[in-house]
Design a protein around this ligand. Structure first.
Ligand SMILES: [Zn+2]
Length: 377
C-alpha cells in the first residue's frame, strides 16, 4: 500500500441543504402522482405512503458527515461562491438565467418530470454551479490539482433553456464552459458516470469539438431515454460525444472497462487540458438498476487520477450528480475522496457475471473510428 497524499479541495456549503422540494403536495395532486410514479418505476420497493422526495438534503449530509467522522488526510474544505450571471450564461440561455432568480422564496413545480423548487432553491442552485467555477479557478491558479464538488441540486439533465430531472442549472456545463475560459481556450473532457444519461450536458456541447463527452449510463428507455450509441454530436462536434449505454445489472467490471476501452483511449487521442467527472453514485447496487459498489467507485477514481496526471498535469474535478441511497452516498463519497487523496485502492469487488462488459465492448467497436479521429490541436 503506497500512500502519496495529494491535496483535495472539497467544495460544499450548507446553503445547498436549503433546496428542499416536497415529494407530495395536497394542492397539486398531479405533482404528487408524478413523483410517486417515478419512485415506483425506479425503486419499486419504496413505501409510497411514507416516502420523501428522492433529491433531498440528506443526500449531501450523508457524504459530508461520513467525511467528518472518518477524516481523510489532505482534504481541504472550501466555501463556494455562487455562480455569476455571466458564468451561468456560458451554458444557459440569458432568458433562463433571468427566470430562475424569480423563483426565490417560492415553492413550485418546474417540469412535469418532478423538478421542483422550495423557497431557498435559487440560493442552493447558484452555490452548486458556483462550486465548479471555484474549483476551476483554484486549479487554474495552482492552489491544487484535484477537487470534488459535493453539490445539489444536481445538474446534468438541465438544458440550456429549462430545468429537468431534479436539475436547475447544469453545474457541469457551467464548470466546463468556465474551464474553457479560465485555462485559456482549453480542451475539456467530461466523463459522466452517473447511472442516468446526462442529456443536458450532451445537448449543450453537442456541436462543440472543444468539449469531449463520454457518457456511460443505463440504456434507454430508462430515464431520460436518450444516450444511444448513434448520438455522436452534430456539426463541428460530430465524434465528440461518445455514449456507452449499459444494461441493468452493470457493475464494477463494466465501469472499469468503460475506462479502459473508451475513456482512456479517447483521452489519449484528444489530449484534454482538464478532466471533469459527473459523478453520480446511483450506479451503486443499493440504488436503482446497476450493481457497482464503493470499491468500484474508488477504482475508477484512481484510474482517472492516473489519466489526469499523465495527460493534463493532474487537473481533475469531480462533481456530484445523482445517488439517492444515503448509505451508498456516504460509502461511495468517502471512497472517491480517499482515492483522490492518493490512497491506493487494491480490493475491488468483481461480480462473477457482469453483462455490462459485453455492452462496453460493443460501444468501443462502434466508437473506434470516432476515437481514432480525435486528435490534439
Ligand atoms: Zn442519476
Amino acid at each position: 500500500m503506497t500512500d502519496i497524499r495529494v491535496p483535495v479541495l472539497i467544495y460544499y456549503d450548507p446553503g445547498m441543504l436549503g433546496h428542499n422540494p416536497q415529494g407530495w403536495d395536497p394542492g397539486h395532486p398531479e405533482w404528487t402522482d408524478a413523483v410517486k410514479a417515478m419512485i415506483a418505476l425506479q425503486s419499486p420497493d419504496t413505501n409510497l405512503e411514507t416516502y420523501d422526495h428522492p433529491e433531498r438534503p440528506g443526500r449531501l449530509t450523508a457524504i459530508v458527515d461520513r467525511l467528518f467522522l472518518e477524516p481523510i488526510e489532505g482534504v481541504r474544505w472550501m466555501p463556494p461562491v455562487a455562480a455569476s450571471v455571466a458564468q451561468l450564461e456560458q451554458a444557459h440561455d440569458a432568458a433562463y438565467v433571468g427566470y430562475i432568480p424569480t423563483l426565490e422564496g417560492q415553492s413550485g413545480w418546474l417540469f412535469q418530470d418532478t423538478t421542483a423548487v422550495s423557497p431557498h432553491s435559487v440560493v442552493a442552485a447558484g452555490l452548486a454551479a458556483g462550486s465548479g467555477v471555484c474549483a476551476i479557478d483554484a486549479i487554474a491558479t495552482g492552489q491544487a490539482r484535484r477537487a470534488f464538488c459535493i453539490v445539489r441540486p444536481p445538474g446534468h439533465h438541465a438544458m440550456a433553456d429549462r430545468a429537468m430531472g431534479f436539475c436547475l442549472y447544469n453545474n457541469m456545463a457551467v464548470t466546463a464552459a468556465h474551464a474553457r475560459l479560465a485555462l485559456g481556450d482549453a480542451r475539456v473532457m467530461i466523463w459522466d458516470w452517473d447511472m442516468h444519461h446526462g442529456n443536458g450536458t450532451q445537448a449543450i456541447f453537442y456541436a462543440n469539438p472543444n468539449v469531449l463527452l463520454v457518457d456511460s449510463h443505463c440504456e434507454a428507455p430508462f430515464y431520460p431515454g436518450t444516450g444511444l450509441l448513434t448520438e455522436t454530436g452534430e456539426g463541428a462536434g460530430v465524434g465528440y460525444t461518445l455514449n456507452v449505454p449499459l444494461p441493468r445489472g452493470s457493475g464494477n467490471a463494466a465501469l472499469l472497462e468503460v475506462f479502459k476501452q473508451i475513456v482512456s483511449p479517447a483521452a489519449r487521442a484528444f489530449q484534454p487540458d482538464i478532466l471533469l467527472i459527473s459523478s453520480g453514485f446511483d450506479c451503486h447496487y443499493l440504488d436503482m438498476t446497476f450493481a457497482m459498489d464503493e470499491t468500484g467507485y474508488a477504482a475508477i477514481t484512481q484510474s482517472v487520477c492516473a489519466l489526469a496526471d499523465e495527460l493534463c498535469d493532474g487537473r481533475l474535478v469531480l462533481m456530484l450528480e445523482g445517488g439517492y441511497n444515503t448509505k451508498a452516498l456516504g460509502d461511495s463519497g468517502h471512497a472517491v475522496v480517499n482515492a483522490l487523496a492518493g490512497n491506493t485502492i487494491t480490493d475491488i469487488n468483481i461480480l462473477p457475471i457482469d453483462d455490462g462488459c459485453a455492452a462496453v465492448k460493443e460501444a468501443a467497436l462502434f466508437h473506434a473510428n470516432n476515437i481514432a479521429l480525435l486528435s490534439p490541436r
